[in-house]
Design a protein around this ligand. Structure first.
Ligand code: AKB
Length: 314
């Protein structure tokens, strides 16, 4: 079957890389990139592009009607740090954008939908170490509880309408092709750029704040593998935990120093993102992803750091 894929929110950190990979797999013309803004990014411009606002259901309807997609990836979202500055907007976009897409996916009988969740669904009462798939979840950021509510909607649409919607709880994502925007884990990308440009970095998270992170190459591969998995193997229809690599700013800095011995890290006295990070897990259990669709991560802290520095230098 020929796939036609729409990526909503293609200009962001995940979208840029996902569109590239999907086009390599399915062909440039089969993957429609779309976002609320135009972009100069060559990868996005290598195939069809549409201006789309996921909050405008009429607009979305026209695009679905025009392309009759077989798969839809909804990536448009406001992340954790910006979500605290614009809580109502974050709720509106993260929630109503999702519900619009789920409704249209049912109406247009779309074969598969992908929607990203996050480690932000966990909260201060969730177990901090090796956080399991199922446990107490009391997220206290707007982003976190919009993702948790979104997971419930995904599971509901699957149970009630048979919609094949699949999801991953991404850890913080680190890549060299695209930059994050507005998250709590952004330090782990910024640090590489600053290390190479200025030889120093002031971290907005404290030295010992451990968070789960994942190299973008692994994250994209996980997404494509989950989307290719047989539907009857998937036992999780909310969102799959992925473990990633757990490290602190101090550990990341020590790893960077192995390549750039003069690199210096300092720590900001106070930043509102610290409270968000403190409410998230230190590490995550990914047993269900391994068992259900054979997930196996490739990059660890050392190989990710080496690859990031090598590519950014180029
Ligand atoms: C954020 O920091 O908000 C995101 C996330 C972990 O979902 N990167």
């Amino acid at each position: 079957m020929t796939e036609t894929i729409i990526v909503l929110g293609s200009n962001g950190q995940i979208g840029t890389e996902l569109v590239m990979n999907l086009r390599a797999k399915y062909g440039n013309n089969q993957v429609v990139a779309s976002d609320i803004r135009q972009t100069d990014n060559a990868a996005i411009k290598s195939g069809p592009f549409e201006l789309v606002n996921v909050l405008d259901k009429e607009n979305l309807h026209q695009i679905f009607e025009k392309y009759k997609p077989t798969q839809v990836y909804l990536l448009a979202a406001i992340l954790s740090a910006v979500g605290e500055q614009k809580p109502k907007l974050a709720w509106d976009l993260n929630m109503n954008g999702l519900i619009n897409v789920l409704d249209l996916a049912v109406e247009f009988k779309i074969a598969k939908v992908f929607w990203p969740s996050s480690i932000a669904v966990f909260g201060p009462h969730s177990p901090m170490e090796n956080t399991p798939q199922f446990c107490i979840m009391d997220p206290n950021s707007v982003y976190g509880f919009s993702k948790l509510a979104g997971e419930r909607w995904c599971e509901y649409y699957h149970a009630k309408y048979g919609l094949d919607v699949r999801s991953i709880r991404y850890p913080g994502l680190i890549g060299w092709r695209s930059e994050p925007g507005g998250g709590t884990t952004d330090y782990a990308v910024n640090i590489f750029h600053e290390a190479l440009e200025h030889g120093k970095y002031e971290s907005f998270l404290s030295a010992d704040t451990a968070l789960p992170m994942m190299y973008m190459e692994d994250a994209i591969r996980a997404t494509l593998e989950l989307m290719d998995a047989p539907a009857d193997k998937l036992t999780i229809r909310s969102s799959y935990n992925l473990g990633g690599i757990s490290f602190t700013p101090a550990q990341l800095s020590a790893e960077i120093k192995k390549h750039l011995p003069d690199f210096e890290i300092s720590y900001a006295a106070h930043d509102p993102r610290q409270a968000i990070a403190d409410s998230w897990p230190n590490s995550i259990d990914e047993t269900y992803a391994q068992k259900d669709w054979g997930w196996k991560q490739k990059f660890d802290l050392a190989s990710m750091t080496a690859d990031m520095l090598e590519n950014l230098k180029k």
